[in-house]
Design a protein around this ligand. Structure first.
Ligand code: ADP
Ligand code: MN
Ligand code: MN
Ligand code: MN
Length: 337
């Protein structure tokens, strides 16, 4: 008999920003081959998902990936949290997205999310050493060399691990603020982008443990003349990708304009500190879209404008957003609005 170590991963009930939780289930390889990863449970009273007197919550596997840390045949099992009666738990934002995804499937939506994050050691980002503050922004973005780059070993290991887990990572880069990085997931379909982003976040945090480095998704980790951290959400439908789709992209922007504040409400806590109109953002109480405009709410990439078809980039979501909520809102506004 051989065992498979299955790391069950789920989102907790913390508000306004859910956290990641995981625990290990030892599975019998033969049983796993016959039945797949089984449902499981956890103590919801320890994750703000239940009262102590009736504490059981259910874990329903929705996506299984190779565990790149333990190696094959071990697996990561992303789960939805359900009530004991099998209905979705109120904290289960993926359940709502499932419904919206089913109602918009004919539009063949694609999403690509750029996850920015900041690496911390103790209370400070990596570049803020005992020697004090790093020099002003400028040389760090896509830089090379120890005076500009902080945490690359973790970042590289994360990239390779995420690919080994089968996640569709399309690239990584060092960001404008020192110690800040980005990886991109996609383009993939509606549920996949959220699942893969949450799995990639889990992997990054888990690998950080090896280095004694913490991952912050705070939208504005350092006040002052330092860039914040976002999660630009690139979005297209089949109609946008077909010849002449630019008019569909522009029509989508007009719809998004009307629903601006509804979107901001689910685009991440503390985003008002980031969306100031400075540091490549548009102010939180304005909505603008434009070709190549990195100071706009929605940027239409130059290739989309040139080709007359493609996608739009929603630059408003903060790094700490829940992709299930953001994708649901975009689909509701653009495809169902
Ligand atoms: P930026 O220039 O904003 O830094 P990136 O190269 O970091 O852009 O990210 C671009 C993102 O756009 C990637 O995540 C990619 O998956 C996504 N993307 C590319 N084409 C499409 C498309 N047709 N629909 C949705 N997303 C797309
Ligand atoms: Mn990018
Ligand atoms: Mn970026
Ligand atoms: Mn971007």
């Amino acid at each position: 008999m051989s065992n498979i170590l299955a790391e069950y991963i789920w989102l907790d009930g913390y508000r306004p920003t859910a956290g990641l939780r995981s625990k290990t289930k030892v599975l019998d390889a033969d049983e796993m081959a016959r039945q797949g990863a089984p449902e499981w449970g956890f103590d919801g009273s320890s994750t703000q998902q239940a009262e102590g007197r009736s504490s059981d919550c259910l874990l329903r596997p929705v996506r299984v990936a190779t565990d790149p840390i333990r190696g094959e045949p071990h697996i990561l099992v992303l789960c939805e949290v359900m009530n004991p009666d099998g209905s979705p738990h109120p904290s289960n934002t993926r359940a709502k997205l499932r419904e919206v995804a089913a109602r918009t499937i004919q539009h063949e939506p694609w999403f690509g999310i750029e996850q920015e994050y900041t690496l911390f050691q103790g209370q400070r980002p990596l570049a803020w050493s005992s020697e004090g503050m790093p020099g002003p922004q400028g040389p760090y973005y896509c830089g090379v060399g120890s005076e500009k780059i902080f945490g690359r070993s973790l970042v590289e290991e994360h990239l390779v691990s995420a690919l080994r887990a089968g996640l569709k990572i399309s690239g990584i880069n060092a960001e404008v603020m020192p110690g800040q990085w980005e990886f991109q997931v996609g383009p993939v379909g509606t549920l996949d982008v959220g699942d893969e982003l949450w799995l990639a976040r889990w992997l990054l945090n888990r690998l950080g443990e090896k280095y004694g480095i913490c991952v912050s998704l705070a939208p504005k980790p350092m006040l002052g003349d330092w860039n914040g951290a976002g999660a630009h959400t690139n979005f297209s439908t089949r109609e946008m990708r077909l010849p002449g789709g630019i008019s569909v992209v522009e029509a989508a922007c007009e719809k998004l304009k009307i629903k601006h504040m509804e979107h901001i409400a689910v685009y991440g806590a503390g985003n008002e500190e980031r969306l100031t109109g400075k540091h490549e953002t548009c102010s939180i109480d304005q909505f603008r879209f434009g070709v190549s405009d990195r100071g706009a709410s929605i940027r239409i990439p130059i290739f989309t404008a040139k080709n007359g078809a493609g996608y739009l980039e929603d630059r408003r979501p903060a790094a700490n957003m829940d992709p299930y909520l953001v994708c649901a809102k975009l689909l509701e506004t653009v495809c169902l609005g």
